[in-house]
Design a protein around this ligand. Sequence first.
Ligand SMILES: Nc1ncnc2c1ncn2[C@@H]1O[C@H](COP(=O)(O)OP(=O)(O)OP(=O)(O)O)[C@@H](O)[C@H]1O
Ligand SMILES: [Mg+2]
Length: 381
Amino acid sequence: MPNTPEKPLILVIDDEEALRDGCRQVLEKCGYEVITAEQGIEGIKLARERMPDMVFVDLKMPHMSGMEIIEIMSRDLPDIVLVMITGFASIVSAVEAIQKGAYDYLPKPFNPDQLRALTKRGLDHRNLKIETKRLREEKDRMEKNFITFVSHEMRSPLVVIRQYIEALNEIAGKSFDKDVKEIIERCRKRVQSLEEMVEHWLDISRIENGTLAQQKVSLSLASIISRSVEEMTPLCRKKGISLETNISKKLPQITGDAESLVRVFTNIIGNATKYTPEGGKITITVKNDEYYTTASIADTGMGIPLDKLPLIFEPFFRCRGKDEKIIGSGLGLTFCKKIMESHNGGIEVSSKEGKGTTFVLTFPVSDNAAKGNTGHTSKSI
Ligand SMILES: Nc1ncnc2c1ncn2[C@@H]1O[C@H](COP(=O)(O)OP(=O)(O)OP(=O)(O)O)[C@@H](O)[C@H]1O
Ligand SMILES: [Mg+2]
């Protein structure tokens, strides 16, 4: 039975009749509804039936101790605010009660003001907890709706448009003259980049609500890099850019999600390819110490202006804004940063305009990073 916010329900469990009656009188005068029980089993039964907002439990009672009651209630009825009434010198028990889930303790003897003040504070705490829970549920629900909305209302029509363009090319492509072909190809590219943007967007939401890259296993970074390099080599060749790797032989295992890490590397190598002119070079170097493995991806491309460097991991940020001739959504690096954070790793960038850009990814080594995590912070911009 939910209690009305105007009349909170308080349960007092104490074997002393005088204390039960005293609490009742004080709290009823404050406008609360008060129910009482003289021992543990009866009190727990009453709490389950009436779901009070707050329960005061005496520590020393026959049959079942206050500590046991606190333990059971905080496990089974976590929304109720529990307060332990302790003897004058029972600070140790009070600490134990808080460790077991009590919100606070009230040492005996106490006066009406102390009881009123603690009750008010406990009820405020409960309201705050309920509000936080409600907001969190609301946020989860909105995120889920957002993902469903984006995938149904945006991704699906884009896939269909792209398929129609491909079908059009297949059916009548040969009869189109050069201008028409060019227009259709531009449409295809635009639709494809919109599709990619929606995919990135969905992935970022999935990382944020914890449904992407959750299954982390022990894996070899060298194999992640070799998969990524294999995937990106045709693109580099097409653009006349050389791609070199320089990987230390004795790399320790890292803990991670292989698919999303491959995508981090292909995104960064993809950027290096996009923003490096023909004839350029991309070098991937991997080193490690006892605690961290670092992978740097350096290119000889156009570089990033110094004032733009702190912004490049922001969603939708592109250094050249609307003047950017190269197609992109500005979400690739946001995705990389979020994936690296979910791996307790770091991502850093350094760049010189006209000379090139280097991204450095830092991964904690499976066992050692936790033990030796002193002083070394994985920086991310
Ligand atoms: N290697 C690089 N060299 C120069 N500029 C870069 C490099 N990598 C990223 N940038 C700059 O940072 C911006 C953000 O990169 P990000 O990968 O997030 O988005 P994008 O490449 O524009 O689009 P997409 O979402 O398709 O990846 C780019 O628009 C580009 O201006
Ligand atoms: Mg990119």
